[in-house]
Write a protein that binds this ligand. Sequence first.
Ligand SMILES: Cc1cc2nc3c(=O)[nH]c(=O)nc-3n(C[C@H](O)[C@H](O)[C@H](O)COP(=O)(O)OP(=O)(O)OC[C@H]3O[C@@H](n4cnc5c(N)ncnc54)[C@H](O)[C@@H]3O)c2cc1C
Length: 418
Amino acid sequence: MIKKRLVIIGGGSAGMAAAIKAYELGERDILIIEKNAYLGGILNQCIHNGFGLHEFKEELTGPEFMTRFSKKVEELGIPYRLNSNVLNISNDKVVTYSNSQEGIVEVKADAIILSTGCYERNAGAIQIPGDRPSGVYTAGQAQLFVNCYGYLVGKRVFILGSGDIGLIMARRMTLEGAKVLGVAELMPYSAGLNRNIVQCLKDFNIPLYLSHTVKKVEGLSHLEKVTIAKVDEKMNFIEGTDITFDVDTLLLSVGLLPNVDLFNKLPIRISRTRGAVVNQAMESDIRGIFACGNVLHVHDLVDYVVEEAREAAVGAVQYLNGELKHEGHVYEVNPGNGIGYVVPQIVYIDDVKDKLSFKFRVRKPYKDVDIYIKEGDKVIKKIFKPAIIPSEMEIVKLDKSLFLKEANEISVYVEERK
Ligand SMILES: Cc1cc2nc3c(=O)[nH]c(=O)nc-3n(C[C@H](O)[C@H](O)[C@H](O)COP(=O)(O)OP(=O)(O)OC[C@H]3O[C@@H](n4cnc5c(N)ncnc54)[C@H](O)[C@@H]3O)c2cc1C
């Protein structure tokens, strides 16, 4: 059996950023295992610009952004295996992968970082009513076909869900000559970033139907019609609001789910994010097994994925060097009023070096709102925001010195100013 100090599963932005950071911290015995034939993950198909504004202070395309990381991996000589699918992680950190050259290989790892990204929710997951014709794709699948294989999946398109990938695909399909007839969003607000609403819909006169969803899909072999209707607050269809579109393609942009399959057989708790419960070092319930990027919680910006991957690498190197003690004062972190989730969920404050980040999303849009971080019943931080929306992840960075170590619960909540 091969032995490695640090095995990183998934060679997307998170996996590569974690490997580079671990190397920079002095760790040399690293292996990245990637199931695709290339490093870079999902960014290989995101050929639009807008990446790297935080990380490089420039606007790059997805492939340009990820190439900067893959070049660095090469430059540092960090080993990686491509076309290698990880099949299992055991309790004692044996990672099993397979590929066509080596067959089935077992690697005994001292520490593992899981960075396997996310899945898109598909038609089965949302139980769309009506026929089951071809012509229904997830937005990411369509993006792969158009951007990587040069194949336009349809000419008359409707999009369900206003997530960023759907919005970007509305523009992409239009630029490639398709007619995008509209985007329907179940909620009364968009699930995508404001910049994408403007640049991908408004600039191309593509209508956004808020509080609408698909009521019926029609087509025996291929998709022919999609009917949408307005919903009330209880998500019931409102009579007389049906609109039918003649289309050959329906794209779904209805959410992403962390790809935690490799954690399923392990005694690791899964949180509200659908990723693992982690502590401040991005470490799961099993000591020495870490997670970061979209497998932990779905990020809207790759820059934050990279930042989190570095936190996981710092944690993994601390663990490998015996510096992650899990001793002293411990907090449980809980989402309070208006907050969907918070990462991390556990904090060993004595293991924090100087700053600690809380990442969270609100449940609905707020204006003129205060974000509170409370230890027990004492507010340790209050931040005002003129506006805050669910599609944008919030990050609050706190000095370790703010923590009083008087209670064991931290809560994060919002209150709107009157
Ligand atoms: C379709 C789509 C479009 C997106 N568009 C944008 C955008 O425009 N802008 C933006 O900032 N963000 C975008 N995102 C968000 C994007 O996911 C993040 O920005 C970031 O790239 C995620 O990095 P990651 O490393 O966590 O995941 P990924 O990039 O998905 O990398 C995960 C890697 O793990 C590998 N893997 C999975 N399972 C295994 C296994 N069992 N064994 C071995 N390897 C495995 C995968 O092959 C993949 O290479 C998009 C996401 C999706 C899904």
